[in-house]
Design a protein around this ligand. Structure first.
Ligand SMILES: [Zn+2]
Length: 490
């Protein structure tokens, strides 16, 4: 048995709820020789929800990482409001580069109107799921079995009783000649499936799999062939230029279209950070690099795509942990796959490829590299950097820098001004949407009505690809209304 230390942080109410669940969390990992222990000294108790204050989350996460010295304890944080008040999000691995901080939200749809306090069993499952990510377990591993397990999305787990899931695990272990599994006497947590059991058994021999041991393996491994012939995928670059310079990012809108005459179910959230989109870039040498988002957001919500309808997702593919995806001149292939997290076994809903020509633009190249590195390392406070980005003509990078800076403004007025100018600017759609959504959330928190906010945004955004922005704003509005938060910012 090897001890792995965790600290429990967050809001007092959430910490209290999670503390009652500690025995269940602990028991889930015991079969793998992992003795999860929560100790109290390093807990950070928050006085208000970080979602309500600008730039609180990055500061908090950085603080926890520093406090642990990027070793142990790992941090399970429990707060109330999900990102953007989007109640379809249950939790997330906040730092995929280190796997040291995971967050569980208590005020989400999964728990119904009573919140997490009314569903301790479900909350325990979410905690185990997020801690599983910290041990480098992916959603893709869960999809290798034909039953619901700890690392399946919550929506799959809800379709399976605990008893049926455990019977599935017992049968699977038998089939593969694993040591027999017995059904626990009190059923609270789903079993880990074969692939996850295999990973967890080797964790202690491989410290890079421990929290803070190394980067996350990626939200989504590759999937089997397309199963859904009704859907097509297109990648539309945001820029009118047909080349990008070395070290720069790629900004595009991905369009998933339903060509069938019936409704097709797809994940509500499309994007690399949700594990529902896998992006790989092949360089001129034939080497493939996977795009790695900085967060893994666990959402299990679904949506229906009507016949003839399209779902849009704008992406900003900037860097993968300090490595540029476009580091060499020459032709690159960018491959985007949409994965269905809910199907067992995992299926790919659609795939598309786009050719990207990378050119060496001399002086601009060095500057671009410097800027993207500075971005990745969050050394973005210098005004100089912003000016340099503008001079380099890299619209996307400059806008990204502005967006990160805008988030940090303490005053609501300053933020509003900056977000407005980014949203109405000419930059990549992804960044303009992000600024607009942040603006919308703040206005809703100030008490503006959803109609007012949408009307204002509609003056700037009226392309069909902007529908994702309005859908996101609607989810935020619903979440803010459900939490009776209108007028929360004074
Ligand atoms: Zn997850």
């Amino acid at each position: 048995m090897s001890r792995v230390m965790f600290a429990l942080s967050g809001l007092p109410a959430g910490i209290g709820l999670a503390r009652d669940l500690v025995p269940h969390i602990h028991n889930a990992f015991v079969p793998f020789g992992i003795d999860i222990e929560f100790y109290q000294q390093d807990n950070v108790v928050l006085s208000s929800d970080p979602e309500l204050t600008a730039n609180s989350w990055p500061k908090l996460v950085k603080g926890l990482q520093t406090q642990s010295g990027y070793k142990t304890p790992a941090h399970l944080v429990v707060t109330q409001y999900p990102p953007g008040f989007d109640r379809s999000i249950d939790g997330q691995l906040y730092d995929t580069k280190y796997r040291g901080v995971a967050v569980v939200y208590t005020d989400v749809d999964l728990y119904g109107s009573g919140g997490a306090a009314s569903s301790p069993g479900l909350m325990a499952q979410v905690c185990v799921h997020e801690i599983g990510h910290m041990f480098d377990l992916t959603h893709g591993l869960a999809q290798q079995s034909n039953y619901a397990s700890c690392m399946s999305p919550a929506s799959i787990r809800q379709h399976w009783t605990l008893r049926d899931a455990w019977n599935g695990a017992i049968a699977e272990a038998q089939l593969h000649g694993e040591p027999p599994i017995t059904m626990p006497t009190s059923l609270r947590i789903y079993p880990f499936n074969g692939a996850c059991r295999h990973e967890l058994t080797s964790v202690l021999a491989n410290p890079t799999k421990l929290p803070f041991g190394g980067p996350f393996s990626g939200g989504s491994g590759s999937a089997a062939g397309d199963r859904n012939l009704s859907l097509t995928l297109e990648i539309e670059p945001d820029s009118e230029r047909d080349t990008i310079s070395i070290g720069a990012g790629l900004y595009a809108t991905v369009v998933l279209r339903n060509h069938a005459n019936f409704i097709v179910e797809i994940p509500l959230h499309l994007g690399p950070e949700y594990g529902s989109m896998r992006v790989a870039v092949m360089n001129p040498d034939g080497q493939t690099t996977l795009f790695r988002p900085h967060k893994l957001v666990c959402s299990s919500a679904r949506r229906s795509l009507a016949p003839g309808a399209s779902a849009y997702c704008s992406v900003a593919l900037i860097q993968a942990y300090g490595h540029s995806l476009f580091a060499r001149p020459g032709p690159h292939i960018c491959r985007v796959e949409i994965l269905d997290l809910e199907r067992i076994p995992k299926i790919r809903l659609a795939v598309a490829e786009m050719a990207v020509e990378v050119v060496d633009e001399g002086a601009a190249t060095a500057l671009n590299n410097e800027l993207t590195r500075a971005l990745a390392e969050r050394r973005i406070s210098r005004l100089k950097l912003e000016k340099a980005a503008r001079d380099a003509g890299e619209v996307g990078v400059a806008d990204h820098v502005r967006w990160l800076k805008a988030k940090r403004f303490a005053s609501w007025r300053q933020r509003k001004k900056e977000f407005e100018s980014i949203a109405a600017g000419k930059g990549p759609r992804r960044i303009r949407h992000r600024a607009a959504r942040r603006l919308a959330v703040e206005q809703l928190l100030l008490g503006a009505s959803p109609e007012e906010v949408s009307d204002r945004l509609a003056q700037i955004f009226h392309d069909s690809a902007d529908s994702q922005l309005f859908e996101a704003v609607n989810r935020s509005a619903a979440g803010i209304a459900a939490c009776s938060l209108g007028g929360a910012i004074q």
